[in-house]
Design a binder for this molecule. Structure first.
Ligand code: 5GP
Length: 117
């Protein structure tokens, strides 16, 4: 969708640091990370919010988030856990109108609150 920043990331007309890509999903680093390795997972096709998203695609989105939450515990990221969050709708502080799953690596004692609102 023209005008959607995440559609531009998918199209390659906006810059991103890609973490993963397949036929339906793209994962890339958040431009304002809450913690090191904070990643956004999105469907490549535009869906404004969960109400607009095919359930099968929602399942793919979460399945990849699950994989990523396990992966961030290994290697350089060395997380002890992760927050997986979808801010769904303006009332829930969704600021980019293209469904995205936040995967926020957490380290013991980092004492960060996820919510920005
Ligand atoms: P929301 O509040 O909608 O759940 O989160 C939107 C997220 O998208 C924020 O964490 C914000 O930092 C991130 N974001 C907004 N614009 C861009 C962008 O152009 N590139 C990247 N990589 N992240 C973005």
């Amino acid at each position: 969708m023209s005008g959607c920043i995440f559609c531009r990331v998918v199209a390659g007309t906006a810059p991103s640091t890609k973490v993963y890509e397949d036929d339906v999903l793209l994962a890339f680093l958040d431009i304002r990370p809450i913690t090191r390795g904070h990643t956004l997972v999105i469907p490549k096709t535009h869906a404004t919010d969960l109400n607009d998203l095919e359930p099968a695609l929602g399942a793919r989105l979460f399945a990849f988030g699950h994989r990523l939450a396990k992966a961030v515990r290994r290697g350089d990221l060395a997380a002890d856990g992760a927050n997986l969050v979808i801010n769904d709708g303006k009332a829930a502080f969704q600021t980019v109108d293209h469904v995205h799953l936040h995967v926020v690596p957490r380290r013991s004692g980092d004492k960060l609150a996820f919510a920005r609102g």
